[in-house]
Design a protein around this ligand. Structure first.
Ligand SMILES: C[S@@+](CC[C@H](N)C(=O)[O-])C[C@H]1O[C@@H](n2cnc3c(N)ncnc32)[C@H](O)[C@@H]1O
Length: 220
C-alpha cells in the first residue's frame, strides 16, 4: 500500500504507475540507447564523474535501465543496479557480460520507492533520469535516505521543468503524452525535494544548454 505523507505534493495528473512504467519501457528497451543515449549522455557522464569523486564504494544505481552508465564507474565502486523493467534490466545484464564489468555486483528487479535493502546499505545512491518517471518522487527520496548511510550522498540527474516561457509551455503540452513517453516532461524540482532539502542541495546545470540538472544531497 502507498504510504502517504501530508507534505507530499499530489501525484502529477499524468502519474505513471508501476505497470505503465513496465509497459512503456518494454516498448523502449530495444531502441532506448539509440533514441536517448546521445542526448542524455552528458548528464549521465557528469553524474557518474561526481559519484567517482565521492568517498565510499557501495553505490546504488536506481533505475539502471539498459546500463548505459555502468562502464563509466571507477573500478573500486561496487555497483548494485535496480529497475522495475525486466526488459531494460536484460539489456543491462548483456552489457555487463559483454564489457566484463566485474564491479557490477547485482542487477535486481525492484521498485525504487520500496526496496528490500537494509538501512544504511550504501554509501551513495544515484538516480539518472528516473525521478520524473516514478509515481511518488518524494517517496523515492525518503527510500534513498533510508538505504544510504548517514554522511553518504544522494544524486539525481534529470530534466526539470523550465519555470516559464516557451519551453515550459511545450513541456506542459508534452506532459499529456507522459504514459507513452515513459517520463514527465513537466517535472518540477519541488516535486522531488521538500523545501528543507531544496535550500541545502547542490544544484548544477549540465550542458548542453542546461537542459539537464545535477542535484546532489548530503544524507544527514
Ligand atoms: C528514462 S529511463 C533511465 C535509465 C537510465 N538511468 C539511464 O540513464 O539511461 C528510466 C528508468 O527508470 C526505471 N524505473 C521507473 N520507475 C521505477 C521504479 N519505481 N523503480 C525502479 N526503476 C524504475 C524504468 O524502468 C527505466 O528503466
Amino acid at each position: 500500500m502507498t504510504e502517504h505523507h501530508n507534505d507530499d505534493p499530489p501525484p502529477s495528473r499524468s502519474s505513471l504507475d508501476a505497470d505503465a512504467v513496465r509497459l512503456a519501457y518494454r516498448r523502449w528497451a530495444g531502441v532506448y540507447d539509440t533514441v536517448f543515449g546521445g542526448v542524455s549522455g552528458f548528464g549521465r557522464r557528469r553524474a557518474v564523474e561526481a559519484v567517482n569523486r565521492l568517498p565510499g564504494t557501495r553505490v546504488l544505481e536506481v533505475g539502471v535501465g539498459t546500463g548505459l552508465a555502468l562502464p563509466h564507474y571507477n573500478k573500486e565502486k561496487l555497483i548494485t543496479g535496480i529497475d522495475l523493467s525486466s526488459d531494460m534490466l536484460e539489456r543491462a545484464r548483456e552489457r555487463t557480460k559483454r564489457d566484463k564489468l566485474a564491479n557490477v555486483n547485482a542487477l535486481l528487479e525492484m521498485d525504487a520507492e520500496e526496496t528490500s535493502f537494509e538501512d544504511d546499505s550504501f554509501d551513495i545512491a544515484v538516480a539518472m533520469f528516473v525521478a520524473s518517471v516514478v509515481p511518488h518522487p518524494r517517496k523515492l527520496l525518503r527510500e534513498l535516505k533510508r538505504v544510504v548511510k548517514p554522511g553518504g550522498y544522494i544524486l539525481f540527474v534529470n530534466h526539470f521543468l523550465a519555470p516559464a516561457g516557451l519551453r515550459g509551455a511545450v513541456e506542459r503540452g508534452m506532459a499529456r503524452a507522459a504514459r507513452s513517453l515513459g517520463w514527465h516532461p513537466d517535472f518540477a524540482m519541488e516535486s522531488l525535494l521538500p523545501a528543507e532539502d531544496l535550500v541545502r542541495a547542490h544544484i548544477q546545470p549540465v550542458p548542453p544548454a542546461g537542459l539537464f540538472t545535477l542535484v546532489s544531497l548530503d544524507n544527514i
